[in-house]
Design a protein. Structure first.
Lengths: 131, 131
DNA sequence: ATAAGGGTTCCAGTGACGGGAAGGTCAAGG
DNA sequence: CCTTGACCTTCCCGTCACTGGAACCCTTAT
C-alpha cells in the first residue's frame, strides 16, 4: 500500500503519516522507487495512533502506548497508569476552561451589547470596578 | 519604571512583556540608555492583557480588545461579540474534552490495572472488540 | 576595579503538524 | 514515444505564545 491508500484507510492525512515516520512511530519499508510500502501492521498502528490522538494522548504517550501494545509481557497496570495520568490532565483542562467560562459568561451577561461605549467586559479586564 | 518593575507589578514575565512590545501590543518609550521606560498607561495595558490572556483570549483578540478599550467611540456590542465568539470556542473545547473524558474513563474503568497483559484500554485503541 | 544585578538583542526550540515548492515515478491515452 | 495527470519524495517555512540561553551593555555598591 502507498501512503495515499493508508491515508484513506486510516483517516490520517498523508502529511501526518510522514511525520509519524519521521519521528519513528512507524517504520514502513521502502519500495525500489523510494515510496513507503505499508503493510497491514503499519496500518493497524496508524489506526491505533489515530484513536489515541483523538483521545488527546500526546505523541510521547502514544509512543509508550504503542510500545506496550506490541509488548506481550506488558501489564495492564502500566497502560492504566498512562491513561490515568492523561485523564488527570484532561480534568485539569476542563477545570481551567470551566473557570474561564464562568468568569467570561458573567461579564457577557452584564454587558448590554448595545451601541453605547459602557462595557462591563472591558471594565472587568481593566479592573475598573465601579465600586 | 524598568521592565523588572512592571513585571512584578503586572505579574507577567519580562520575556512576555518584551514579546508584547515586539508584536506591538504595547509601545513603551525608551530611555537614553536604551532601556524600556514604562508609564502607568503601559502598566495598565499589561494588566489588561494579563487578565484577557488568563481568560483564554488569543493575542489577536487581545489586540482588538485593547483597541476597543482605548477607543471612546466603541460600542459595547463590538466587545460583546468578541467575548461571545471566545465563549463559543471555550464551550467547544469543553465539549471535546468532555467527550474524550467520557470515552477514556470508560476504558480505564474496564481495565483491571494488574500484572496481567490483558487490557481493555489497548483493545479499545486497537479496536479489537472481543465480541 | 570589580562584582552583582539590572537591562538589551538575537537565535533556537517547543507540539504536532500544515502549506507549498521542486522534483522523481507511474499508468493511461493519443 | 510523448504527454498528461495523479501520485510520491524531500526540504523548508509557518503556526501560537511564548521560554531558554548566549553574548553583551548599564548601573550601583563595595
Amino acid at each position: 500500500m502507498n501512503i495515499g491508500d493508508v491515508a484513506k484507510a486510516s483517516g490520517l492525512p498523508a502529511k501526518t503519516i510522514r511525520y509519524y515516520d519521521e519521528i519513528g512511530l512507524i517504520r514502513p519499508q521502502r519500495g525500489a522507487n523510494g515510496y513507503r510500502a505499508f503493510r497491514d501492521t503499519d496500518l493497524h498502528k496508524l489506526a491505533f495512533l489515530g484513536r489515541a490522538r483523538a483521545l488527546g494522548f500526546s505523541i510521547a504517550d502514544c509512543r509508550n502506548l504503542l510500545q506496550l501494545y506490541e509488548d506481550d509481557s506488558r501489564t495492564s497496570a502500566e497502560v492504566k497508569e498512562i491513561a490515568r495520568g492523561h485523564l488527570d490532565e484532561i480534568d485539569a483542562k476542563i477545570r481551567d476552561l470551566s473557570e474561564m467560562r464562568r468568569t467570561l459568561a458573567a461579564l457577557i451577561t452584564a454587558c448590554a451589547g448595545d451601541n453605547r461605549p459602557d462595557c462591563p467586559i472591558l471594565d472587568g479586564l481593566a479592573m475598573e470596578q465601579p465600586t
